[in-house]
Structures are given as C-alpha cells and as structure tokens.
Design a protein around this ligand. Sequence first.
Ligand code: SF4
Length: 737
Amino acid sequence: MSPSPLESARSQCPYCGVGCGLELRPPAAKAEGAGEDDDEDPSGRGRAPCAITAPDGIDLPWTSRGDRLHPSSLGQVCVKGATVGETLAPNRLSQPLYRASREEPFAPISWEQAFALLVERITTELATRGPGALAMYGSGQFLTEDYYLAQKLFKGALGCNNFDANSRLCMSSAVAGYARSLGSDGPPCCYDDLDLADTVLLIGTNTAECHPVLFQRLLKRRRKQKTRPRLIVVDPRATATSDAADLHLAIRPGTDLALLHGLAHLLIAKGDLDRAFIAQATEGFEALAERVQAWTPERVSRLCGIGEAALREAAAACGGGNALLSLWSMGVNQSVEGTATVGGIINLHLLTGQIGRPGAGPFSLTGQPNAMGGREAGGLAQLLPGYRAVAQAEHRAELERHWGLAPGSIAPEPGLAVWQQIEAMERGELGLWWVAATNPLVSMPSLDRVRAAALNCPLVVLSEAYAGTETAAVAHLLLPAAQWSEKQGVMTNSERRVTLCSAFRDPPGEARPDWAVFAELGRRLGFAEAFRYGSSAEVYAEFAAITAGRLCDHAGLSHALLADHGPQQWPFPAGTAPGGGQARLYTDARFPTPTGRARLVADAPLGLAEPPCDAYPLVLTVGRYLGHWHTMTRTAHVARIAKAHPEPLLEVHPGDAERHGLVDGERARIRSRRGAVTAKVQITERIRPGTVFLPMHWGASQANACEANRLMHELGCPMSRQPELKAAAVDLEPAWA
Ligand code: SF4
C-alpha cells in the first residue's frame, strides 16, 4: 500500500550491490526540509526530481536522495540512485499479454487466462516429460521474498531444481570460491573496513564506476590521511579506479591467477606470513607452497606483462602485517578460472592472517542490488534456502520438513544453470522457460545461440516491469511485474546488511509482485496451504525462520523490526537486539568446514578459454559505464545519463588502431567466432596493447545498438558455471571496409 503523497519513504537503491539507502520524498516534504540536510552527490552530478505517477494518475515529482540514516551509505548516492525516480513510470507493462506464436502480435489477456496457461503447461510437462522440462531464470532485482517463493514453488512443490538467476553471470564464482576456501558463501567484511584497511587490492573491479559510493569512501579517506589506504589496482585497462591508484598492474587478460600465485610466492619466499594463523586456522599450506614455487617473479612478470619491481611492491604492500582488504567483482568472477582466482585472493588473506579483523578480508562486491539475498534464499540451481546445497541430503530433508513435503520431494541433483538451460532448449528439452526481472537477450554470452534456443522453446514467459525489452521479442506470455517502489520486501547488500524496501507507489495497471504471482500459481497447482500468504511480511517470516542456525541467520529479523530499527546485518539470530548483527565473520578464526579450518587452494593457472590467434589477434573485454545499469531498461530513460553516455565506444590502443586501419571517431567492425558488431572507435593509450574494450549495455532495441555479448563465448568456470564474459578473441576492421 502506498503512503500518503506527503510522507517520505525509505528504501535501498535498486541498482548495484553497494545497497545505498535512499530517501524518497514528494515535493511538499522536500520544500519543508529542503536545503539544510541535502546530501552531497559523490558523482558530482547532484540530485534530480523524479516524475512518479501517483495512484490517482497525477504526476508527482518525487525526489530521491541519500538516506543519512542508512548505515551502509550514510547519505551518499551516485547518479543512478539520484535519478532512479525518473525511471519508475515510463515504458511500463501494465497488463498480461499473450501470443500463441512469435509471428503474431501480443494481445491483452486477463491474469485468469495467464494463470490458466501456466497451469496447463506445467501440469502437461509434469505428466509427460517430468519436472526437467521446466526452468526459470530469475534476477538479483528480485526481493528476497520473490526469490524465496520461487524456490519453494520450483524446487519444493514442482520438484524441479532448474531455477537459476542472473547472479550466475555476476557472482557465482565468488559463491563457489567462498564455499571452497572458507566452507560457506558469505562475504566476511563490512564497509567500515574501507576506513580501516592499510592496503586495498582492487582486482577485476572498476569500483569507481560500478560501485561508486564505496570508491568515494576510499577517496575521502585518502584525502584526509594522504597515504592510507594504499590502493593497488589490477586491470588491463586504465579506468577512473586506476587513476587513483598508488600502483596499477595492467596485466594481460586471463593472468589474474598467475599474478596472485606470484604474490603468494613472494610472501612465502620472504617469510612474510602469519605462521600462527596458518598453523591454527588453515589447511593446505604445503600444497600451495609447492604450487606457487614455480611462479617466480620473473615468470609472473613476463606472463602478466608487468614489471617485476611492481610485482614486488604489490607483495610488500599485501604483507608486512598490513591490514589487507581485497575488493573484486566481475573481472575476477567472469572467467573460466573464476573460482580458482577467488581462491587465489583468499589465499593471500589466509597466508597473512588478514581475515576476521578490522580493515581486512576478501570482499566480493555484488553486482545486482539483491544478489546477496538471492544467494541466501537459495536462488541458484545448486542451492537451497539458508545457504544450503541441493546435493546435501540433510539440507534437502530440512527443507522438506519446513515445507511440509514428503521425503524425497526435492530432487537430489543440482538443476540447470542458465547456460545449461540454453543448451536444453537447443535440444528441445524445455517446454517452459520462465524469465523474470532480467534481460538475457542482452546480458548472456553468444547471443545468437541464446536467441535461437529461446525460439525453440514452445512457451517462453517473461515477468517484467518494462515494455519492449529484447527478451520480450522471443516471449509468448508477458506478465506485468510490480517493481521496486511498488512492493514491500527486503534486500541484502554486499556487507550482509538487510534493508526493508517499502512500497511507496502503486503498481501500474494490473502489475503484480513476483512473490504474489508465485504464491497464486502454487495455490492453483494444488498447494493451497503451503502458498497461503496474506503479505510479503509473512513470506519473509517463513524464510527467516528457515535460516535459523545457518551462517546467514535472519531468524531475529522481521519486516516490523526492520521498519522500526532500520537496516541490520546478519548473522542476526532470534533474540538479537537491534544493531546487534555481526559486522565481520570469522573473528574467532574458526571456519564452517568439517575441520573448522579454512582451505588454502592450489590451482594451476590455465589462462583464457579463447586466447588470441592469427585470425582473431585481440582480446575483447567488456564492462560498464558509470551512469548506465546493465541492459538500460531503466537508465535509457534518464535524459542526463543518456547525454553523459550517448553511445558505446570501442577503446583501442593507438598501435592496434594503426595496424587495423582504424580512425578515431569512425566506426569499426568487431568480429569474433560468433558474429560481428560495429561501434565508434576511441583511440586511447588507457587500454593495453592487444586488448580492446566495449560496454555491454546496448542491446538490439537501443539506439546505437551494439550487442557486445553477441561476440562473447559461453565457456565457463567448471566449479561455478559462470561464463567467461570478460574475454573473447576478436579481429577489427574499419566498418566501411
Ligand atoms: S552506488 Fe550503487 S547502490 Fe549506491 S546509489 Fe549508486 S547505484 Fe545505487
């Protein structure tokens, strides 16, 4: 239910995993308190009024600004959070739409008809091919309540583990890496560690543009303390992040693990270790020492393409008893050796004892606003709610008891990860592919294969807030979704802080919250009692109870507590006082492994799955711009963001541009084994020779379309099944050739 137009509302920003607090205020409230407590926008772009359609149809200009009461962001906000209100009303889906074939236009149908179609398809597939013919691909845009009920419906009621989410493309290597090294998923750090670290290693992350509020916090401290924290940036490309670094290691793409082994080699060779911690709290030291022995500074500097002195300088800054904080995101995770590389990062912390201490630890920065909540709710094909695993019999049994299901109801094998869902559709094995709150026809690799696979599926359903996305072009049934601001529920940000996101607007037309759609479908499929909920608060209460005793313990949290006392960090067991959640994990150096020890892992670096060759001599890497968010379904509608980033630019080193006959400002054709796209050329020395860069935002439906992910391959990390979206071999030529 929406508040009165004169009330302000509090929420978590629905863009990135920093999870800044936002305060949403209508103009009257702003006028009353304007000026005296306005927050500085660290992007320097100020705040914007937000045109929001009120329930009575009148356009109300709301303002979004940083919430000073939110402990994660303390009133800070970037351009995306500052303009999110402008994105909420335009271009919305407001009614279910259906077409029997893609040759027909969509026509409006009722929700009654939409549910009848879903029930008929699901019951037919269950009766004929079984639950393996169903699959859902969800999103870190889901609230935890949406995620949780999708798991209960698919993995519980339907016996189908084929639920995966776009976190697979973003964070699944971090999930697998934490679990492998530490015994469980879960970032052990908190944002206060940014203020306490001596050295911050930023590897595979353009934090300045992708997690800007955190980066501004680092810079603010640097302005005060001059030499602290020391910033080491590892990225083949010079970025706004590396511009602020004390040391920029512009390594060749695909050599991150070799670099990390080189750092471990130097720490061990110099005895720059916390031997007591290693002896007391870890296992695997001998195997790691043997593995990294061969990764000498000479070899690593040659392979990575960096100076040996720089490597030694980095090792000295990571050791020496310094509080070491490592930040990473997709540059590490989106790799065929993503999980191994996460292990290489965690190794540095275990060797030096820099974990579970103020200012120290391995800290993955999450992409989507509630990817963390999704992991907690079991929102990947191998997971169950409460950081449980499908493959573990006792975990399945616990969920079956919680859900009132017969023993054996949950299938024992992990479901299909998203690329496996694509392959299953290619083989004609899926009768229903249900996509929700995401746009895989832009964000997946090898887009031509994704498109063809989707066209081979007899029923593609898309739950979506916005009209006209690229994925809608392959769908049969469009379900209008109530989005953030229109439904109440929780999100968890990268520092494990749970925020209640309030509903302060009504959804357009017939749009419904995803959790309510899953509950209604569950009831119609014969699970009336199991899916009887009066509110999202009831859904969250059930989820929170299921997490009791787990690392991600929400059991002491409720919508009411979060509304009364504000955002809280987990673990938050039942009986915890407000503010009593745990800021850091593993402060006692005990880890949730069978031995209680963390594992030093020792993988052999393998490099890129698709290295450059004579036909495709360059490595294409993709990334993001400060203003845009993923596939631009929201940010394309913000005028000043569109003005700041009007089109995608291909960054090319001058030497490569000359070799390929490219001219600055003209267009180039970029070819990989999977297809070709064109983009305007930007010749720059900020990218290392042999590497080129494109942003991933522009899908086929956008002006200046440039489907960068069309060029990328689908091969992924064997442990996390995360595709290597950061590197593919390409060739360049002038677009007019
Ligand atoms: S840093 Fe992320 S969470 Fe914070 S305002 Fe910007 S987009 Fe939103």
